[in-house]
Design a protein around this ligand. Structure first.
Ligand SMILES: CC(C)(COP(=O)(O)OP(=O)(O)OC[C@H]1O[C@@H](n2cnc3c(N)ncnc32)[C@H](O)[C@@H]1OP(=O)(O)O)[C@@H](O)C(=O)NCCC(=O)NCCS
Length: 180
């Protein structure tokens, strides 16, 4: 079922009732539980800010996402890829992290996730402070990695190197350059 991207509306979690949040399910318990049990407190205490997404014709939320300030260490190759026309003695580059992103089960694979990545890029690009990169700790599963690759994210080589001794990584740090 295709969703009209223009019909998506955003509401900050503080403006949404608990009963409405409880109606949301994306099929991944950690993400459903976070929304019901923790998102409000994390938001109120400056840890991660949560936005609830609604669509025309649906009384319950169709998605939610949470954002937090971040910074990323880049390898020399990754720094070159930024294409800066000058040398910047910067070790960590300013970023915003998608700490949570979930679409309701019935509407997955209908373009909402992709539309939200575009929206988030717009939101963080217009913040009154510099944000060069969008980051995410992507769940290490093919479907999720496909989604982030498709929406322009690449794996962080620095993190990959740092964690190369780990046989199984639960999450993969990925980033997207907002200036490309
Ligand atoms: C991952 C998630 C956010 C993606 O959102 P979505 O609205 O389902 O994704 P979209 O419909 O915008 O998909 C865009 C593209 O990503 C890729 N993709 C998305 N879901 C995929 C899947 N299950 N398998 C393979 N590729 C997938 C496809 O290339 C897709 O384009 P296509 O359908 O034209 O082939 C959503 O499926 C979700 O909430 N999953 C459960 C929670 C979760 O895992 N969150 C991520 C935590 S890091």
């Amino acid at each position: 079922m295709a969703i009209d991207r223009d019909s998506l509306t955003l509401r900050h979690i503080r403006d949404v009732e608990d009963e409405v949040l409880n109606q949301f399910s994306c099929g991944r318990p950690q993400l459903d539980d976070f929304l019901r049990e923790d998102a409000r407190d994390y938001d109120a205490h400056g840890l991660t800010s949560t936005v609830i997404v609604f669509a025309e014709g649906y009384s319950s939320p169709v998605a939610y996402f949470s954002l937090t300030a971040d910074s990323v260490h880049l390898s020399s190759g990754e720094r070159t890829d930024l294409g800066l026309p000058f040398d910047a003695p910067i070790s960590y580059y300013p970023a915003a992290k998608i700490t949570k992103l979930a679409v309701m089960s019935e509407l997955q694979r209908s373009g909402i996730g992709e539309a939200l990545i575009e929206l988030i890029c717009g939101i963080v690009s217009t913040a009154p402070f510099a944000v060069r990169l969008l980051t995410v700790d992507a769940v290490n599963q093919e479907a999720v990695l496909n989604f982030y690759e498709r929406t322009g994210f690449i794996e962080s080589l620095s993190e990959k190197k740092e964690r190369q001794s780990q046989k199984v990584r639960d999450t993969i740090l990925m980033f997207k350059d907002l200036y490309q």
